[in-house]
Ligand binder design. Structure first.
Ligand SMILES: Cc1ncc(COP(=O)(O)O)c(C/N=C/c2cc(O)cc(-c3ccccn3)n2)c1O
Length: 523
């Protein structure tokens, strides 16, 4: 018979098995606001409270009625969706609106140029590619300047200038080799330095996507290590050690030799050169386990990166678009960005779009001629993004107030649960509607079932399965902090839903405190 593909699953079947084993593999048939629906065996719709929120894509909730209506109008009107190499008025309006909001929140006035893409990782790739183009152009200018200095030194010596003895020593040549020997040694040393591949900097726990370049900025070793040979490497900086960043920069000693001629004397000096392509960080780490970056760390990043002329890429793909209670989470900690990346909720929960915003003083217009993507800034996504921004900005930023107020309400519920179950709940963290509740590792529990899943790193998923099956609440652990459940509901979260979350979490905490594994590990 034919060996056709009928009957076998071909879209990531293994992942489906993993999700099924945790009892979280439910097929949803309808979605609106904070609710996903599936049909039970009698075909009845069952509502599920969705706290995954598209991993941050649904600040306005599932299928926001105004976004859906706008999408319908655009399609009914025959909007040109793919009209590449045309003026793209809608993308320009999105860029202008983003600039207006950023300037309002940061008090800054410098323009940011927009490079649109289609996913978060793609916006990170675009930002990093631009930073590398910029680094290359700065390196070329520096190399030219040094070559001119070497020529001047050669001419000066021919006209009688003397070379400082220390110059020969530090270049590793002898005075009898003369200026030519010295120049040759300096060129050799500089060529070695200039040939070093760029390095990136990011905090430990970073998540910036899973594409070839961006995955090297993602700290999780399972995601990153198999692909390390494909792209430039990152030095991951511990967030709780104040001088760790300065120490890492010192360790890499990115200096280049410059022959300076002054008052008839040729000296050798060391000049810093831009080995570090960019420092990339999330103001609130998502994948890393909902970790809010502190102002102290942000200031240190700003200080050191200023010193070594390394641009700061602020990745607001998950923390941005109002989720933190402000449009940008970074504006709450005074973190100034050379680049921003935005995605997820920029598409209003209906379209796919993302953007890298590049500060004017860093912007290289050459980039526009060497980077593009077929679907980027398409007519549909751009107009949906515009509508999304209008809804977020309406009523003087009511959406941000809702995110802040509802986030504070939910966080205080989580805090009370932690206070009542200190042996079960380790920590609650986050800002606005980007919250996480971290459970203690239960490897030491008396319950064999709970101990087994805890040791397998599966406790977060088993708790998720229990919350779904027993309480109809959908929530997942963060990828790199498997005992932390991340909660990212929309601004429509209401008191009844918060009460449901409170009751469900208390019930789960009682089961874990009572070490009643049979009730937790869903049959
Ligand atoms: C800060 C930041 N920067 C770039 C990206 C990459 O965006 P794309 O996923 O759109 O490429 C993300 C996207 N986040 C993805 C994500 C975030 C998260 O918290 C969980 C999961 C996830 C996905 C599948 C299974 C389990 N977890 N995925 C992000 O959070």
């Amino acid at each position: 018979g034919t060996t056709g593909t009928t009957g076998i699953k071909l879209a990531e079947p293994h992942l489906e098995d993993v999700l099924s084993s945790a009892g979280i593999n439910v097929e949803y048939t309808r979605a609106e606001r904070n609710t996903l629906y599936y049909r039970d065996q009698d075909g009845q719709e069952v509502p599920v409270l969705d706290l995954v929120g598209g991993f941050g894509s649904l600040i306005l909730g599932h299928n926001d009625p105004e976004i859906v209506a706008h999408a319908r109008e655009l399609l009914a009107a025959g909007t040109p969706i793919h009209a590449q190499f045309s003026p793209h008025p809608h993308a320009n309006r999105v860029a202008a609106e983003l600039n207006r909001v950023i300037h309002r929140e940061t008090g800054d006035t410098e323009p940011y140029f927009a490079v649109f893409a289609n996913s978060g990782a793609e916006a990170v790739e675009a930002a990093v590619k631009h930073a590398e183009l910029d680094r290359g152009l700065r390196l070329a200018a520096l190399a030219e300047e040094l070559a001119a200095h070497r020529d001047s030194a050669r001419e000066a010596v021919a006209a009688g200038a003397r070379v400082e003895a220390a110059a020969f020593e530090s270049a590793g040549t002898a005075p009898e080799d003369g200026i030519e020997g010295l120049i040759e040694a300096v060129e050799r040393s500089n060529d070695r330095q200039l040939a070093r591949p760029p390095l990136f900097l990011a905090p430990e726990g970073a998540f910036h996507g899973k594409l070839m370049g961006s995955v090297q900025l993602t700290h999780n070793e399972a995601f990153r290590l198999p692909f390390s040979a494909l792209a430039a490497q990152t030095r991951f900086i511990p967030v709780d050690q104040p001088d760790a960043l300065a120490k890492t920069v010192r360790e890499e000693r990115a200096v280049i030799l410059d022959l300076v001629t002054e008052d008839g004397t040729v000296r050798l000096t060391e000049r810093p050169f831009p080995l570090f392509c960019a420092f990339v960080l999330e103001p609130i780490q998502g994948e890393g386990g909902i970790k809010v970056i502190g102002e102290e760390f942000a200031r240190e990043v700003q200080r050191v990166c200023q010193e070594i002329d390394c641009p700061v890429v602020v990745d607001e793909i998950q923390s941005g678009m109002g989720r933190s209670g402000a449009f940008l989470a970074s504006s709450l900690i005074g973190l100034r960005a050379d680049y921003y990346t935005l995605a997820k909720s920029l598409g209003g929960g209906v379209a796919k779009t993302s953007v890298a915003l590049i500060r004017q003083d860093r912007y290289r217009k050459e980039f526009e001629l060497v980077h593009s993507s077929t679907f980027a800034k398409d007519g549909f996504s751009s107009q949906i993004a515009l509508k999304t921004l209008q809804l977020l900005e309406a009523d003087d930023g009511r959406a941000y107030r809702l995110a802040r107020e509802k986030g504070e309400k939910l966080l205080s519920v989580l805090e009370l649960i932690r206070a009542d179950f200190p042996e079960v709940v380790k920590d609650v963290r986050g800002r606005g509607l980007m919250l996480g509740i971290e459970f203690h590792d239960q490897a030491g529990t008396a319950s064999p079932e709970i101990r087994a899943v805890a040791e397998a790193g599966f406790l977060g998923y088993v708790i998720s399965g229990h919350l779904l099956n027993e309480h109809r609440i959908r929530v997942f652990p963060t990828g790199s902090s498997v005992n932390t459940l991340r909660m990212e509901p929309s601004i429509h979260l209401d008191d009844e839903e918060i009460e449901r979350i409170r009751r469900a979490l208390r019930a789960v905490c009682e089961i874990i405190r009572d070490q009643d594994g049979g009730r937790l590990v869903h049959a």
